[in-house]
Ligand binder design. Structure first.
Ligand SMILES: CC(C)(COP(=O)(O)OP(=O)(O)OC[C@H]1O[C@@H](n2cnc3c(N)ncnc32)[C@H](O)[C@@H]1OP(=O)(O)O)[C@@H](O)C(=O)NCCC(=O)NCCS
Length: 164
């Protein structure tokens, strides 16, 4: 149904098509640009190429990259924590794709990368993402009150984490 694989430069058109969407951007950190242009896609592929190990992957449905998933490793005292993030093109929402992708990626990360904790902060207006995390064994650890400024609003963040 869905494969988690490396990003390829040939994904440029599909990345722009699916990422250039306000409803996707609204649930992600602002470093995910909006509008999302071809230049943004090229910067992304160039960045991913420099990563060793690669910790960001494309979600592939029928040979097309329709979303992304990955972790950012923490630093210093937080080096064994990974910050987990993901997004899917809106036309693919509601089919169980992300739940399957999160499950597979968590298993891969815990078996290959030296992290003991994966954490995912979710904006308060995103219950579907909270549900995905709950289905994949993440625990709701708390509410970071009024911790984020997104789309012109100060909002709560709900912190989810899964321990190896
Ligand atoms: C959040 C997102 C990743 C979900 O992907 P998806 O493939 O549609 O998710 P799934 O189909 O696997 O699961 C969604 C779950 O949320 C549930 N859901 C949908 N709308 C809901 C709502 N308003 N309230 C509560 N649960 C809801 C679905 O019923 C489903 O749960 P179920 O399997 O128990 O029925 C996708 O919508 C997305 O990419 N959004 C934009 C980016 C984003 O939010 N990234 C995450 C940032 S933390």
């Amino acid at each position: 149904m869905c494969a988690v694989r490396d990003w390829e430069w040939t994904d440029k058109a599909s990345l722009v098509r699916h990422a250039n969407n306000r409803n996707v951007w609204r649930n992600l950190l602002d470093r995910f640009p909006h509008p999302f242009t071809e230049a943004d896609a090229e910067s992304w592929f160039a960045l991913v190429e420099t990563m060793s190990p690669r910790t960001h992957w494309a979600l592939d449905v029928d040979g097309e990259a329709v979303g992304g998933i990955g972790i950012e490793l923490g630093h210093g005292n937080y080096a064994k924590t990974g910050h987990f993030g993901y997004w899917l093109g809106e036309s693919y929402w509601g089919r169980g794709i992300m739940s399957a992708a999160v499950r597979a990626t968590v298993e891969y990360v815990f078996s290959r990368i030296d992290v003991v904790r994966l954490e995912a902060p979710v904006f308060e207006w995103n219950p579907p993402s909270m549900r995905v995390l709950e289905k994949c064994g993440f625990v709701r650890e708390g509410v970071l009150r009024r911790s984020a400024f997104k789309d012109g609003q100060v909002i709560d963040t709900v912190l989810y984490a899964r321990i190896r």
